[in-house]
Design a binder for this molecule. Structure first.
Ligand SMILES: Nc1nc2c(ncn2[C@@H]2O[C@H](COP(=O)(O)OP(=O)(O)OP(=O)(O)O)[C@@H](O)[C@H]2O)c(=O)[nH]1
Length: 586
């Protein structure tokens, strides 16, 4: 049924008799026409219109109201609007409503109401008082719009902004809010908060071997297991990838965090039945505690993350609590990581050269270029610390290209200064070796510096060659066509050293320093040095010994027929100008 503009059925409806609503009685029928027009507008609007008496009893509802609420006018009129309520409004909501409209002001809000069929809907409603000429409130008029769809869309967006779509867990941004609130509560109550950083072990293998979809199912199951390890009031969030964070609130003692960490490890010790697969997925956990390890979400998360890395390094499938000592070292590597990003542009790298001495003539026959980094903030950083950082941040290629050109240029200068046959030994990293532009880069660098390719010795490790022997053989052939020499570095440390000698077109091999250093006392090391040297000589390769520290080793290596010796005992690494001066008498 629909409401009609019948003033007897709807006493609150604006009708000609309500002269008090008009400011001045107008002659003839003009006001009547206006009133009829207003009545029609109210009848035809999509919005819900409801007019009540000052005590809230409904006197009129329009067809829009009937459509939105599902209540016909005769079931609404005579009642107060309470029948539309959906349940618990926020505390004080209706008190505020009445206070505002009784003071004669309009009240505007989104109401959560219930339709006649039981569905919840959201109504954006304005309630305004209507006063008589004497200034007294005669009616209230409420106009409302059904904004359920809009609210659902907004909620959907809000959900998307705060929850991970794969697992349904809170995402990074909601985690931050929750952690922030947990810290504030803990501060008031004097309790602890534990932040546990959980990372699946070797998850990449699952993706790589069984596919991303299987990986996703593992992540969903992992999320479920983590959720089951905590109380409902605690938070489990997914940071992204295979990283999750647990927030435990209201702790009295760190032991309670340890219990949960153990429970998580235990939960992951049973297999994951995913489709036809039975997978074992372990996790590594790092724990940081408020207030001891940090007072804000960022530092707690960072420290839990550092502790998690410790757990990974200790062999995975374990947990670690954050320790301050761990922070000092790890913070340093984090700040080093950011410092190294710009080091090339800031000209913080340099090269030093370690001479390789001919065992017969005792003259320096070659120099090996070694990269050094001096950071203005951190001082001199050893290569075994910064090379991995360069590899991780992908800058190794740029730095290596710079280093090769710089070394060719500097050694060319030495050659021109009276050492025309001085060779340059240069280490090629695995990544550089796999770079498809390698041969072209080297050719261009040789051309640009006018360096004789026969005097360039490129050193490769066994590992580089065995990673992909086919591709390595092709790359070595291309390099040989440039006319450069090729050396096998760290000889003896891999499993396939001898096979490599037979298969790759090499010129020299460098016996690894670990054998040289132990050969005086360790019979096995001595045998390896002796047989490597013999083997190389028989294959027509030049033999180089590196890491020679004392004269006894030197004598022994001479006796074994090593051609070149490299080590502190003969010459330490020198900068190009120092080297120039050291070589001057030649
Ligand atoms: N299936 C799936 N894989 C993802 C998703 N997000 C990230 N990954 C993959 O998760 C893997 C994360 O691997 P890492 O944590 O770096 O390494 P890991 O193999 O777990 O090894 P460790 O952490 O060192 O034990 C990568 O292979 C990502 O491609 C995702 O939403 N679904």
């Amino acid at each position: 049924m629909s409401a009609t503009p019948d003033s007897s059925a709807h006493p609150a409806q604006p009708a000609p008799g309500d002269a008090e609503h008009t400011s001045s009685p107008a002659p003839a029928d003009a006001p009547l026409r206006i009133l009829q027009m207003l009545a029609l507008a109210v009848e035809h609007t999509d919005d819900a219109v409801m007019i009540t008496r000052p005590d809230g009893v409904i006197e009129y509802v329009n067809p829009g109201f009937e459509r939105i609420t599902g209540y016909p006018a005769d079931q609404a009129i005579g009642r107060t609007p309470g029948f539309l309520r959906s349940g618990a409004p926020s505390p004080g909501f209706y008190g505020q409503l009445w206070q505002t409209i009784r003071l004669g002001r309009s009240f505007r809000a989104v109401f959560t109401n219930r339709r006649r069929n039981g569905d919840i809907y959201f109504e954006e409603k304005t309630i305004s008082p209507i006063r008589g000429r004497d200034g007294d409130i005669r009616h209230f008029v409420a106009t409302g719009k059904d904004v359920t769809e809009r609210m659902a869309a907004t909620r959907h967006l809000e959900h998307k902004a705060h929850y991970d779509s794969l697992t349904g867990l809170p995402n990074r941004s909601l985690l931050h809010d929750r952690l922030h609130q947990a810290i504030q509560r803990a501060q008031r109550k004097g309790r602890l908060v534990a932040v546990q950083f959980v990372d699946l072990d070797r998850f990449k293998i699952i993706n790589d071997t069984l596919g991303h979809a299987t990986g996703d199912r593992v992540l969903i199951e992992a999320a479920r297991r983590l959720r089951d390890c905590l109380r409902a009031t605690d938070t489990v969030a997914r940071l992204g990838g295979d990283e999750f964070v647990l927030i435990q609130e209201d702790l009295e003692h760190p032991d309670m965090a340890e219990q949960v960490a153990r429970k998580v490890l235990d939960t992951f010790s049973s297999h994951f039945p995913i489709g036809i697969h039975d997978l074992f997925v372990n996790v590594s956990i790092g724990v940081a505690l408020y207030p001891g390890d940090g007072a804000d979400p960022e530092s707690l998360l960072m420290r839990a993350d550092l502790a998690m890395y410790q757990a990974k390094e200790a062999g995975r499938n374990s947990f670690r609590f954050f320790e301050a000592a761990l922070d000092a070292g790890s913070m340093r590597s984090l700040t080093l990581e950011s410092a190294i990003g710009e080091a090339l542009e800031r000209r913080e790298f340099s090269l030093v050269y370690q001479p390789l001495i001919d065992t017969r003539s005792q003259a320096p026959l070659a120099v090996e270029a070694l990269l050094r980094w001096h950071s203005p903030r951190h001082g001199s950083i050893p290569p075994d610390h910064f090379i991995p950082l360069l590899e991780e941040n992908g800058r190794i290629g740029d730095v290596a290209r710079w280093a090769l050109r710089e070394a060719l240029r500097q050694v060319r200068t030495l050659q021109e200064a009276g050492h025309p046959r001085l060779r340059l030994a240069f280490n090629l990293s695995g990544r550089q070796f796999r770079d498809p532009g390698l041969v072209q880069d080297i050719r261009a660098a040789l051309d640009d510096t006018g360096f004789d390719p026969r005097l360039l010795d490129l050193e490769l490790t066994e590992h580089t060659l065995t990673d992909n022997p086919e591709a390595a053989a092709a790359a070595l052939r291309a390099l040989r066509q440039l006319g450069v020499r090729l050396s096998l570095d760290d000889f003896g440390t891999g499993y396939s050293s001898i096979a490599l000698l037979a298969h790759f077109p090499l010129h020299s091999l460098k016996i690894d320093r670990s054998f040289i250093q132990h050969m005086e006392r360790d019979q096995q090391a001595a045998i390896i040095v002796r047989s490597s040297a013999g083997l190389a000589r028989n294959l027509g390769l030049e033999v180089i010994a590196e890491g020679v520290e004392n004269l006894a080793q030197l004598a022994l290596l001479q006796e074994l027929g090593c051609h070149l010796i490299q080590g502190q005992v003969l010459a330490r690494p020198l900068a190009a100008d120092e080297l120039g001066r050291a070589l001057a008498p030649a």
